[in-house]
Design a protein around this ligand. Structure first.
Ligand SMILES: *[C@@H]1O[C@H](CO)[C@@H](O)[C@H](O)[C@H]1NC(C)=O
Ligand SMILES: *[C@@H]1O[C@H](CO)[C@@H](O)[C@H](O)[C@H]1NC(C)=O
Ligand SMILES: *[C@@H]1O[C@H](CO)[C@@H](O)[C@H](O)[C@H]1NC(C)=O
Ligand SMILES: *[C@@H]1O[C@H](CO)[C@@H](O)[C@H](O)[C@H]1NC(C)=O
Ligand SMILES: *[C@@H]1O[C@H](CO)[C@@H](O)[C@H](O)[C@H]1NC(C)=O
Ligand SMILES: *[C@@H]1O[C@H](CO)[C@@H](O)[C@H](O)[C@H]1NC(C)=O
Ligand SMILES: *[C@@H]1O[C@H](CO)[C@@H](O)[C@H](O)[C@H]1NC(C)=O
Length: 599
């Protein structure tokens, strides 16, 4: 079977080769297990990912909603994506005609499933540009429901044109794995009374993905460390800004890449079924072979990962709405404005089979001139710094890996809006400690990814944009296997991970600030027989704190085995208890005060 049936494949193979499965489970956590059905007949369970609600701007009208696609995903693995013709909803045309701007566009996926099924990765594309990367929830016999919404306002240019919607969700159905996914994809639009003074969204979005027809998703499948997948495309010669938005997910041998031991440990212990290549990965983006940026991805854990009981009904951070990553490539525009095709490519350092990657190239065009010009002024991409300290004896040992990368580029672009000099930088650091104990039956991973990026754009007279984005992804993962008898074993696990972000932006478009602390702590036990969870317990706590100039959101929620123990949320910015940063951030003068205090 090809590797692209997402995270479940290893398990299906493992079922056919119990010895291999046993070896695998002894040394690392299980991939995407499926919980055994409970006996009662409760109503369908609603699963959810904790996120802040997407709110239309004050005073906007809507929503005007349109069903884009309604699909059934049964035996869809290795088949063409479900597709539907997209025509811009009439309300969008009408709003444009009366001069009203798009205030917010939300793409909503809502789905149900009943029976037994693995977690499946899926993607949604419009005209080849990816709009959503997600993982399905694992069903129960009595059924489950879930929905996920993504703010797709930045794709306004795509939404205004006819195109084709495609959804690839590779599912397999048989006597054991009976779950068929049904899903509706709906677009909700909100409008301003008048067009905004300054348009923030790109004028054109070019997909860097595979074109249909395909018996797969439109993503590139990157299978090893030398595999670079790319697309050649020409951009309009009147482009003055360009941003690459990258979609990433990792599966099969790299589903838990941060737990992979180095190859010398694997060889010394004859662990032919344990994925290796060490515990560091990064996605590197190249234009005409030159590094323009990197993505050090958040460690999304899919709904069947580690212990499936942990993610019911609160799913893992990012699992229903995988994060995307922006790389500003404006400094490099000078080379790309010649009207010729250029090569946009992606590779993954130390990759094992398989990474699904594609990107959308967001372009801003000069409406008053047919030609912009530009040039790169400085460029520094010194490459990856990488170090592993490895110490082991038999199956026990410790592997400490650290890595860092820095890149920066400055370039100017001259358009009818002036000559703008843009600097973009990225600074990454990574620390990972992997400890194996008790003859390799216990594994403890402690990892921190720290990613900082910044953009600074100025013209002759002023600073147009000065922004900084800092993300920290901590991860602590304990797994302990015990009581192994034949094809049965027990697994204790503890997962603590999260996303901490801070974003500031200043310049002509005004000041904005937001900070997010989103953390999950999940603890579970399970007894596994032939890759079926026969008994167990999962408990998950999540605290989500968002404070921004666009509002605040707080949620503290806890679940155990499908049951919500408590769920508190608050969207006011005034509760000092929830936000160390500030109070009443919605208030202009308070906002300025915050800025002054920070300076
Ligand atoms: C999809 O929409 C149809 C028609 O409104 C509805 O009957 C069905 O329940 C929806 N399915 C899901 C999974 O939301
Ligand atoms: C890496 O993957 C590419 C693309 O599938 C393949 O052509 C190549 O042979 C692979 N290289 C190795 C060393 O496996
Ligand atoms: C690994 O396999 C080799 C060759 O079959 C054997 O000589 C060696 O003892 C094995 N090592 C371990 C740790 O099992
Ligand atoms: C450790 O595990 C190996 C491989 O499973 C096994 O051969 C060995 O007997 C174990 N050693 C101890 C001390 O349990
Ligand atoms: C994880 O590592 C960091 C330093 O890299 C350390 O501060 C932290 O205490 C470690 N966490 C655990 C639970 O060991
Ligand atoms: C949790 O769910 C598992 C699997 O259905 C079950 O074996 C276990 O008894 C449950 N535990 C509790 C405390 O509800
Ligand atoms: C905004 O905050 C300032 C300072 O806290 C306060 O004096 C003012 O009344 C607030 N304005 C509104 C509209 O809430």
């Amino acid at each position: 079977m090809a590797p692209s049936a997402a995270s479940s494949i290893l398990l299906l193979l493992a079922l056919l080769h119990p010895a291999a499965a046993a070896a695998r489970h002894r040394h690392r956590l299980a991939a995407s297990l499926r919980a055994a059905p409970p006996d009662a007949s409760p109503p369908p369970t609603t699963f959810f990912e904790v996120d802040r609600p997407i709110r239309p701007p004050r005073g906007s009208a809507g929503p005007c909603s349109a069903l884009l696609l309604s699909g059934t995903f049964g035996a869809t693995y290795g088949r063409p994506p479900a597709t539907a013709a997209y025509a811009p909803p009439a309300c969008l045309g009408a709003a444009r005609a009366r001069g009203a701007g798009l205030a917010l566009a939300v793409l909503e996926w809502s789905a149900d499933c009943r029976g037994r099924q693995f977690d499946r990765i899926f993607g949604v594309w419009l005209a080849g540009a990816e709009l959503l990367r997600s993982c399905t929830a694992e069903p129960r016999p009595n059924g489950i429901l879930w929905s996920v919404s993504r703010d797709v306002t930045r794709y306004a240019a795509l939404l205004a044109e006819p195109g084709e919607v495609a959804v690839y969700l590779g599912n397999l159905v048989d006597k054991t794995y009976t779950g068929v996914y049904h899903a509706n994809l709906t677009l909700h639009l909100y409008f301003h009374a008048a067009p905004p003074q300054q348009q923030q969204q790109a004028d054109l979005i070019l997909p860097i993905s595979r074109s249909l027809p395909l018996n797969d998703g439109q993503w590139f499948a990157i299978q090893n460390s030398t595999d670079v997948q790319s697309k050649r495309l020409a951009i309009p010669s009147k482009t003055y800004r360009a941003v690459l938005e990258v979609f990433v997910s990792f599966h099969s041998n790299d589903e838990f890449w941060y737990t992979n031991p180095p190859n010398d440990y694997i060889q010394a212990n004859n662990l032919s079924n344990v994925p290796g290549n060490g515990a560091f990965r990064e996605v590197v983006a190249r234009v005409d072979g030159e590094v323009v940026g990197a993505v050090w991805p958040f460690t999304v854990i899919y709904t069947g990962g580690v212990n499936p009981l942990l993610w019911r009904p609160i799913t893992g951070i990012g699992s229903f709405n995988l994060p995307t990553y922006d790389i500003e490539i404006t400094p490099f525009l000078g080379k790309l404005l010649d009207g010729k095709e250029h090569d946009f490519g992606f590779g993954v350092t130390d990759a094992l089979d398989v990474w699904y990657i594609d990107a959308n190239l967001h372009l801003w065009l000069d409406h008053k001139s047919e030609k912009t010009t530009g040039s790169l002024l400085s460029y520094d991409a010194s490459g990856l710094d990488y170090n592993v300290n490895s110490e082991f004896s038999g199956l026990d040992g410790q592997f400490v890996t650290s890595a860092s990368r820095h890149m920066s580029a400055t370039g100017w672009v001259k358009s009818s809006y002036g000559e703008v000099t843009t600097t973009f930088y990225q600074r990454f650091s990574y620390e990972n400690s992997n400890v194996f104990r008790k003859n390799g039956t216990v594994q403890i991973v402690n990892q921190t990814i720290d990613a900082k990026s910044g953009i600074f754009a100025k013209d002759a007279s002023s600073v147009l944009l000065s922004g900084e984005f800092h993300e920290v992804f901590p991860l602590y993962l304990y797994t302990g296997t015990s009581d192994k008898v034949g094809d049965e074993y027990s697994l204790d696990s503890l997962v603590k991970f999260g996303i901490n972000e801070k974003k500031t932006s200043g310049g002509k478009l005004g000041f904005s600030f937001n900070s997010l602390q989103n953390a999950q702590s999940a603890r579970g036990t399970m007894r596994v027989k032939k890759n079926l969870v026969v008994s167990g317990l999962g408990k998950t706590d999540q605290v989500y704190k968002y404070v921004g100039t666009d509002g605040c959101y707080f949620r503290d929620v806890s679940s155990r085995n499908y049951t919500i123990l408590f769920d508190r949320s608050d969207d006011s910015c005034s509760k000092g208890a929830y936000s160390g940063a500030s109070t009443k951030l919605n208030n202009q003068s308070a906002r300025r005060k915050l800025l002054v205090n920070k300076l």
